[in-house]
Design a protein around this ligand. Structure first.
Ligand SMILES: [Zn+2]
Length: 265
């Protein structure tokens, strides 16, 4: 029993991954607000006269019509929603955008709706399109992808005993997911990352603020390096422990709209 006409549907999407496929096709991974990741083939996309043209290139924000296939869906139409011309013309902007695409993809699953994550991603691509590249963009995005998915690092109090942290340098434990006070520091085999007082201030500011309030911050090289390492290793633990587990899959499929007070750029 094979139905003669494939089911088709249309989605808003950003192309987060693209590779050549066969003679003239392109294989794409789309991030969508309500279907999570969708993998699809864009047939003939590399032919000079393809109707799909450049709309299935990396970091295109599109409205796509897709036809369901047995194993792969195929893109039958794609129209551009936001031009993002500035983003696509600069190598540095493109690499920051691709980094954010990778983070968004890693926190997403096929079939798992997460419109808050999608909207945050599109908003940051627009910021990247319009503003000069700022090293805090990627860090702010890391932090807010974590927030949207419920995995903010514990940076206000000690993650272990909950006691208030004195305003001075501390350490961050990726395995425990937060800053630890001097009493809770000693645990065998726990990798502890340096978190200076200024780094902690930067992390707290990023966690509670909209992009507009973070943009003017003139962060020092050391704070940027420490914050980058803390967020990267925290994300890695979160991804290894939770995101690929079935619990997270259940979580995303049960997704409900977040509160209206969520920060956005
Ligand atoms: Zn403690």
């Amino acid at each position: 029993m094979v139905s003669s006409r494939p089911h088709t549907y249309s989605v808003e999407a950003v192309v987060v991954r693209a590779s050549d496929f066969g003679e003239a096709d392109r294989l794409v991974t789309l991030l969508t607000p309500f279907r999570g990741l969708v993998r699809a083939v864009a047939r003939g996309a590399r032919k000079p006269k393809s109707r799909l043209g450049g709309n299935v290139d990396l970091l295109r924000h599109i409205k796509a019509s897709l036809a369901e296939g047995r194993s792969l869906h195929s893109v039958s139409q794609a129209e551009s929603l936001t031009s993002l011309r500035g983003l696509h013309s600069g190598l540095e902007k493109m690499s920051t955008g691709l980094y954010m695409a990778e983070v968004a993809e890693r926190f997403s699953v096929e079939g798992g709706p997460n419109p808050a994550l999608f909207n945050q991603f599109v908003q940051m691509l627009q910021v990247l399109d319009e503003e000069p590249v700022n090293p805090l963009m990627a860090r702010w995005f890391d932090m807010h992808v974590l927030r949207i998915n419920g995995f903010l690092p514990a940076i206000s109090d000690c993650v272990d005993c909950g006691s208030a942290l004195e305003p001075k340098d501390h350490v961050f434990s990726p395995a425990r997911g937060g800053l630890v006070c001097p009493e809770c520091r000693a645990t065998e085999n726990d990798v502890l990352l340096p978190a200076s007082m200024n780094t902690i201030k930067l992390l707290r500011h990023m966690a509670r603020s909209r992009w507009d309030a973070v943009r003017p911050v003139d962060a020092g090289e050391e704070e940027l390096r420490q914050a980058g390492r803390i967020l990267r290793e925290h994300m890695q633990f979160v991804l290894d422990r939770h995101v690929r587990s079935s619990a997270f899959m259940d979580e995303v499929t049960r997704w409900r709209p977040a509160g209206a007070n969520s920060p956005s750029p």
